[in-house]
Design a protein around this ligand. Structure first.
Ligand code: ADP
Ligand code: MG
Length: 237
């Protein structure tokens, strides 16, 4: 492989693990003044299992809104999203909450809990549900996979920005997601650190097969993904 191996798949993993995502006619308008702002306009998109897609476009073009819709943390006004054959835009509450647990998010501002250690941040998403046997061991494995072996007990304030984003990536992977959505994951980092973070995401994609959608302003990041989707005024161009 052209990418260095960093992560072992979870023991229960078998075969390809990335989610297949199909978006058709997706629209979202936010109330604002007269008529509102249409953040996403009739978007169509198909992502193969294990693919990496860069979502580019100027500020305000709808990248974050599209990620939130795909991750089912916001609800569209029209259109459908189908993931691995399940239409999540038609799913009930139970199916939707199960779906959300199969999606990992990485944000520009890391959003770590400041009072928790790196390891406790990584397992935090599991706690509202059940403390999976092996969660702590998996968190340690994932922290090693993101280059933080030995830093499990560090607090976020003791880590650099790039290290904090590595913790956030490990946290996004703890639920063994089929889909990882990253919203400008390098936007708060210097360019060398940002490049390391992208290399890490792509290496994890290779090893784990997780489908990834990465919103970014950076053309050099976009060029490293399998495919680039450009947005302008909410429309895929
Ligand atoms: P990007 O991530 O590409 O910068 P966004 O998806 O954040 O774009 O925003 C797209 C458009 O939708 C912008 O005009 C933005 O102001 C608007 N928008 C996004 N979220 C909201 C919201 N919660 N309420 C009102 N307008 C919003
Ligand atoms: Mg955004």
């Amino acid at each position: 492989s052209r990418r260095e191996r960093v992560a072992d798949p979870p023991q229960e993993a078998r075969g390809p693990r990335g989610a297949a995502v199909t978006v058709t006619g997706l629209s979202k308008t936010f109330p604002s003044g007269e008529g509102g702002i249409t953040a996403v306009r009739e978007a169509d998109l198909a992502i193969e299992p294990g693919g990496t897609v860069a979502l580019t476009g100027p500020s305000g073009s709808g990248k974050s809104t599209l990620l939130h819709l795909i991750g089912a943390i916001d609800v569209p006004d029209a259109g459908t999203i189908t993931v691995d054959g399940t239409e999540i835009t038609a799913a009930g509450r139970g199916a939707l909450s199960r779906y959300r647990r199969t999606v990992g998010f990485v944000f520009q501002r890391f959003h770590l809990l400041p009072a928790l250690t790196a390891r406790d941040n990584v397992i935090a998403p599991l706690l509202p549900y059940r403390r999976r046997a092996g969660a702590l061991a998996r968190a340690t494995e994932l922290l090693a996979a993101v280059g933080l072996a030995g830093r499990e007990d560090a607090l976020p304030s003791q880590l650099s920005g790039g290290q904090q984003q590595r913790v956030a990536i490990a946290r996004a992977l703890i639920g063994d997601p089929g889909l990882l959505l990253a919203d400008e994951p390098t936007g708060n980092l210097d360019s060398a650190t940002g490049t390391e973070i992208i290399e890490l995401l792509l290496a994890l994609n290779t090893d784990l097969g997780t489908t990834m959608v990465i919103a970014t302003h950076d053309p050099s990041i976009a060029a490293r993904c399998d495919r680039t989707v450009s947005l302008r005024d909410g429309r895929i161009t």
